[in-house]
Every structure is written in structure tokens, then in C-alpha cells.
Design a protein around this ligand. Sequence first.
Ligand code: FAD
Length: 310
Amino acid sequence: MAIHTLYPAERGNLTLSFEYFPPKTDEAEAQLHQTVAELNVFQPGFVSVTYGAGGTTRERSLTAVAHMIGDAGVANTAAHLTCVSATRAEVDHVIDAFTACGVKHFVALRGDPPAGIGSAYQPHPGGYENAAALVAALAARGGLEISVSAYPEKHPESADVNADIDMLKRKVDNGATRALTQFFFDNDDFERYLERVRAAGIWIPIVPGILPINNFAQVVRFAGLCGARVPEVLRARLAHLDDKPEERFHEATHIAAEQIVDLARRGVRDFHLYTMNRSPLITAVCDLVGFARQDAPVASIAAPARRMAV
Ligand code: FAD
């Protein structure tokens, strides 16, 4: 069956990565495995597995990463890692455990305070002070790919965007080679941020984090915590569809696909999708955009209308 796409001319030129979180139950684990198998058809450049607050999901992260690399065959599986509530030796031990599983790519993060987002962050007395210090430790090992976070709408703790960009620069100077952004819904915010990052002399890929919306109320709550803005237009398109799952799914698919296509037309080539460990919405978005499937022929014809310095 032919799939209707919004961006057929560029399929094959865009790359994808998928973010998963470690499951908490056997049932959730089975769902994760099925999701990974279903999304692998889009041949992600890499997948990543998050790391829980305070290292609480260390074992589950390791198990999920081992599954991705061993059973699901995603060689480039990135392990997220934070500095929270751990000494340097403990973090180093976790890095050893991940590398023993075959991990060659880390997403190096400071993490949130153990008391939760909003409380003051205190580095562990014997730990890595922040993400930049963790990046330096990973880079010193050699042979590892190191991604970090970026915040198009400013990290909630930052005084301003300049402080954010200074921190990004420190991470890049210490060896980070890619930044994955917090999710955002207004591409102009991303473009403005990217212009400031480039003006600061930072030239690593800044990969937009795309969050297709399964549950609007939940995303509004989460966005409030992360300092991400939910534009009125999204509210108008989704808020009234809580009790209409099919219409909500259709609208959410179009919103995320339109966001990706608009970014692609501005010159963005790489996209990091927050999967929430579920495949139907992500699959629908990828198909609607026109991302190449493993078994489908690839066509590439037109150049995008306008390019940012990505
Ligand atoms: P950094 O990049 O080090 O700092 C973010 C900003 O906060 C900086 O720009 C800086 O200006 C400011 N800042 C940092 N420290 C201070 C300070 N002490 N005082 C004032 N300002 C300060 N969390 C998890 O627990 N597990 C995960 O797996 C995970 N994955 C993530 C993946 C992505 C792509 C993103 C965007 C976030 C992720 N997070 C994760 C959330 C992240 O841990 C939080 O946003 C955390 O608050 C900041 O960590 P960071 O590495 O992004 O911080």
C-alpha cells in the first residue's frame, strides 16, 4: 500500500534517532522490545536509553541497553548518564559496565536534583561537578561518541540563554560532538537558538528533540516543569480531543510531522524522537513525513526551500 507522505522529495536524506526509557515491569519490558523492533524498520542512526533520577534505574538502563545492542541489533545505542548522587568512582564504574555491554556512545548529563526539578542542585561532594566534567571524563577514555543536552527555550535554572550557551560551549570544548535538544513546539524558538549557538562559535550538530503528543494534559504538565512553551495553536488543535482517541491520534501525527517537515525545509537533517516507548504514533509520524523504511525504495529529488546553518 502506498503511504501518503508530506515530504517525499527528501526521504532518504533525513536521519532519525529514537529515545527510550528503561521499563519498570515485565509487561513494560515486553512492550519496549516490541516497540524497538517495530521502529527499527526506520533504521535509526542511533537509539538512546535514559538514566533515572539519582541513578535509580541503573540496572534497568543496563538491561535495556544490553537488549538494544545484543538482541535488537542496534549497534549504536547511546546510554544516558547523569552525575547525580554518585561519586566519580561510582559513575566510572557505571561507564565501565555500559562499555562492557558494547556501548560506545554516551549522552552525558548533569541530571536533576534528587529532591526533584525546582530544588537547588548540589553536586555530590566526591562526584562530577556537572555535565561538562562528565564529558571530560568520557572523552579522556578515547573512542567514545559523546552527546549532550541543549535547551532552545532555556534551561529552567539558567539565568538566561547566554548562560545556557556558555555551558554548551564548555561541554563541546571538553569533547561533546552532538547536542540533543529538549522538546519544543515552535520551530522559530529552535531557529533563534541555533543562530545564537552558531554565533557563539559552536559547530556541532544540534539535533531537535521532537515529542509527538500522546497525551496533551501530560505534555502540558511536563512542559511546565521543563520550561517548554505549549503554543495556543496546539491547545486549540488537541485539548478538545481527550475523549476522541482516533481524532487525537490523527491530529497528533500531523502536528509532529508538520513540525519535522518545517524544520527539514529550514535545512535540518537529523531528528531525535522521544518515543515514550510506544510505536504507533511514532510510526505514523515517520510514515507521514516520508522517512525511508528498510524495505522501501529511496527517492531524493528537490533541495529544501531555505537553509539554516545546522
Ligand atoms: P547542563 O547542560 O549541565 O546544564 C543545563 C543548564 O543549567 C546550563 O545551561 C546551566 O546554565 C544551568 N546550570 C547548570 N548547573 C547550574 C547550577 N548549579 N546553577 C545554575 N545554573 C546551572 N535527566 C535524567 O535524569 N536522565 C536522563 O536520561 C536525561 N536525559 C535527557 C536527555 C535530553 C536530550 C535532555 C535535553 C535532558 C535530559 N535529562 C535527563 C534532563 C536533565 O538531566 C535536566 O534537564 C537537568 O536539569 C540538566 O542536566 P543537563 O546535563 O542538561 O545540564
